[in-house]
Every structure is written in structure tokens, then in C-alpha cells.
Design a protein around this ligand. Structure first.
Ligand code: NAD
Length: 400
């Protein structure tokens, strides 16, 4: 029997997360690394029929002309991550995957992202319709050439500025009609990718805080094609800790007065988040969770600062000021020193594997059971990590 082939199409392929996913899948399929960090490698997930690393075929879109090998080398030099021998052992896979990466589109991505690269600028689409058509054609060509059974489009591109939706975004027919003349202000690039994926019936996952599929019109599109989707913004570090610790304060009836989180890091995501408008999207998903779990709003502050010499290493320092019995004020502080791409990549692989399980079972629509992987889980109000994880285990028990 021929093995099922799962396409993983990375939007923002040569970035930190995209490169680490690709290197990780290659290293896993060659048996060179352990599955540490992969949630779906835990025994609870053993009976789901998850696709193995070797079943994934990676392709993608990028706006910077580069390659997975060059990107891995950049991370190795600047951040001291990835073993040189491991990159060398996976070199052929990385080269083959690089050849499947096509120039992306940046219509609506905003000026800071547009400055990152010029790949594809000479044939840049002028309208949203042209952009979607081109992206969709790239996806279809990949599916055909690689004999893909299930295509998953995973957005790991740079964070776009927040986007204000209007009437036209409430209805797919209206939005579809507007694509023909649509320019920079109709939709952000992340949503053009989402439309291209969902219109073709492919799965769309959004690992970023950008808008992507998160508007009623695009939900309607997904419903009409029966495509799977989920997001958004991977919960990998400081926010993961917030959603683990906030339940403790709630369950002990301790009154959190303020929660301040300062984040410093130096990768390319940091370059983009250094622009205040792009940063606003990230601060929003990071800031909401504490209020949602506690059920009241303490004073909160989230800062994100770009410190180039830190490379892919992020330090978060959180200061939590809370009140106990007799009104006594106390403090909890933590520091988190995580390597961003290494935390994110296994989770990106997890959600892709779990999406394929849904596809194999013929399911469609929003995958709410993936909420524990996201800072801003779509269609789910619950942000408590433990309750979200219980939801995932309940799903596993029903689906195994
Ligand atoms: P990165 O800057 O290293 O990679 C992003 C890549 O996207 C870049 O290579 C860039 O050229 C490319 N890109 C930008 N706009 C594009 C477009 N319109 N089309 C195609 N390619 C485009 O960033 P990263 O650290 O890999 O993070 C990727 C995304 O994942 C960011 O939005 C980030 O906020 C989100 N995220 C990351 C983590 C983490 O821990 N690393 C956690 C949660 C969310």
C-alpha cells in the first residue's frame, strides 16, 4: 500500500519557525533526533493514526530569496542553535524542500514586512484577485507534482499590523466580488493566503497573530468548501506560562492586582515587531489571556523589545503583584529564557499532524480542540491551559 502523503505548505518558509519545522521533520524522519517537545509523541496520542514525519512533503511561499540551508546556517551562527552535523545530514532534504518554495505575495502586508525582501517583486500581483489566483495555482501545482493526499497551509509569516474589518468582510459573496479590484486595504496578505488555501479545499492553520482566516466571510468560504481551519498565534513561551499560572491564582482566590511582562529578543520576528503597528497585534493576543482566566481585569502591561544580539533567544520577565488574606500584598516573579523557533516548531508539527487526523476522519470546519496550542484560540473562550489540554485529551479519547 502506498503511504499517505501530507503536504505542509509553509507561508514564510525561510523564517525561524519554517526552517526549524523543515529541519525537524527531516531529522525525525531520518531517526536523527528524539521527539522531545512534540506533544503528539506522548503516549495518549498513540492510537490516533497520526502521520509520521516521513509522510510530510514540505513546500511554501516566501518573500525573501533564500534557502532552508542558508536560513539554518544563519540561525546556527547568530543564535548558536542547530548542530552543524545535523544540518549537514539533512542537507539533501533541505535542498529538495527549498526548490519547492515559491515567491509569495505581500499585498496588504504593510511597509515593515514589505522591506524584508524583494523576491517576486517583478511579477507582484496588482489586485487581491490576482494574488489569490496565483497562490492557489502554486498550491494546485504542488499537490499535483507531489501527489499530495492532504495539503495543509501553515502560516508562519511575519506578524502583520492589526486589521479593522468592515461590512465587506462579513459576507463571502461580497468579499469575493471585491477581490477583483481589491488593493492594499481590502485584506492583509495573510487573508489572501487563507482564501487561496480554503478555496482549494485545503486545510489552513494560522500560527501567527495576523488576521488570516479570522473573519466571517472567510469562515463562510471554509464552510462552503468543507475545508478545515484553526488558529491563532502559537502559545509557546511567556503566554503559555501565563495560562498555566493564572489558574493557580484564580483557584486559590488570590487577587491579582497587576501582571507586567517584559519580553526581549533579537530574531527577524523581533525586527518586524519593533514596528509599533505590527507589535500591536502581538501585544493584543499576549495581553488578553490573564483577564480571561481570572474573570476580572488586573492592570496589565506587555512590552516586546528588539535586542539584536539575543538572536532567537527570548527572555521574558514577569512581575505579578497579588493580594492574599487580610489584604496582604505579595509578589511572584519569573524569568523565562526560551529559544523561540525551537519551542514553536514542534507545536507547528503537532497541529499539522492533528489536522491530518481530522482530514482522515472526513471532518470539516474549525478545529476547536487545538485551543491549547494557541494564544488566541479561535471559536474558544477558554484560555486556561489545563482545561484546554483536557479538551484535547477528550477529543483524542473520542477519536482514537
Ligand atoms: P521570522 O521573521 O523568522 O519568519 C517569518 C518569515 O515570513 C520571514 O522569512 C519573512 O520573510 C516571511 N514573510 C513575511 N511576510 C510574508 C508573506 N506575505 N509571504 C510569504 N512570506 C512572508 O519569524 P518566526 O520567528 O519564524 O515567526 C513566524 C511567525 O510565527 C510570526 O508571526 C510570529 O509572531 C509567530 N509566532 C512565533 C512563535 C515563536 O515562538 N517563534 C510563537 C508564536 C507565534
Amino acid at each position: 500500500m502506498t503511504q499517505r502523503r501530507v503536504g505542509l505548505w509553509l507561508v514564510g518558509a525561510f523564517g525561524g519557525v519554517g526552517t526549524t519545522v523543515t529541519l525537524g521533520l527531516s531529522a525525525l524522519s531520518r531517526g536523527l533526533i528524539k521527539s522531545t517537545g512534540l506533544v503528539t509523541a506522548l503516549p495518549d496520542f498513540g492510537k490516533l493514526g497520526l502521520p509520521e514525519a516521513a509522510q510530510f512533503v514540505v513546500g511554501g511561499h516566501e518573500i525573501r530569496e533564500s534557502s532552508f540551508v542558508d536560513s539554518a546556517e544563519e540561525f546556527r551562527k547568530n543564535s548558536g542553535i542547530f548542530d552543524a552535523d545535523l544540518v549537514a545530514a539533512c542537507r539533501d532534504d533541505l535542498a529538495a524542500a527549498s526548490a519547492r518554495v515559491k515567491p509569495g505575495v505581500k499585498l496588504g502586508a504593510g511597509p515593515t514586512i514589505a522591506k524584508l525582501g524583494t523576491w517576486g517583486d517583478e511579477s507582484a500581483p496588482r489586485t487581491a484577485a490576482e494574488a489569490v489566483d496565483r497562490l492557489e495555482a502554486d498550491l494546485a501545482a504542488f499537490v499535483k507534482a507531489e501527489r499530495i493526499d492532504h495539503l495543509i497551509v501553515l502560516c508562519v509569516a511575519s506578524t502583520e499590523p492589526p486589521f479593522q474589518t468592515r461590512d465587506v468582510h462579513q459576507d463571502w459573496n461580497a468579499l469575493n466580488a471585491a477581490l477583483a479590484d481589491g488593493g492594499e486595504d481590502l485584506l492583509p496578505a495573510s487573508s489572501l493566503y487563507a482564501i487561496a488555501a480554503l478555496r482549494g479545499g485545503h486545510t489552513y492553520l494560522n500560527f501567527t497573530p495576523s488576521l488570516g482566516a479570522s473573519i466571517p466571510a472567510i469562515y463562510q468560504l471554509a464552510e462552503s468548501t468543507g475545508a478545515l481551519h484553526g488558529g491563532k498565534d502559537g502559545k509557546t513561551g511567556e503566554t503559555l506560562l501565563k495560562t498555566v499560572l493564572a489558574p493557580m491564582f484564580a483557584h486559590r482566590n488570590l487577587n491579582v492586582m497587576s501582571w507586567v511582562g517584559h519580553n526581549i529578543f533579537g530574531n527577524r520576528d523581533g525586527v518586524v515587531l519593533d514596528d509599533p503597528s505590527n507589535k500591536a497585534s502581538k501585544v493584543d493576543t499576549k495581553d488578553r489571556v490573564v483577564t480571561s482566566i481570572l474573570g476580572y481585569k488586573p492592570q496589565t502591561l506587555v512590552t516586546i523589545e528588539y535586542i539584536p544580539d539575543m538572536g532567537d533567544w527570548k527572555t521574558a520577565w514577569d512581575h505579578i503583584h497579588f493580594q492574599g488574606f487580610l489584604g496582604t500584598k505579595m509578589t511572584m516573579q519569573f524569568t523565562w529564557q526560551g529559544c523561540d523557533s525551537l519551542l514553536a516548531a514542534p507545536l507547528a508539527i503537532d497541529i499539522a499532524r492533528l489536522a491530518d487526523v481530522e482530514k482522515q476522519r472526513g471532518r470539516r470546519g474549525l478545529m476547536r480542540h487545538l485551543s491549547c496550542f494557541f494564544k488566541g484560540p479561535e471559536g474558544v473562550e477558554e484560555n486556561d491551559f489545563f482545561k484546554q489540554y483536557d479538551d484535547l485529551l477528550r477529543y483524542v479519547a473520542q477519536s482514537a
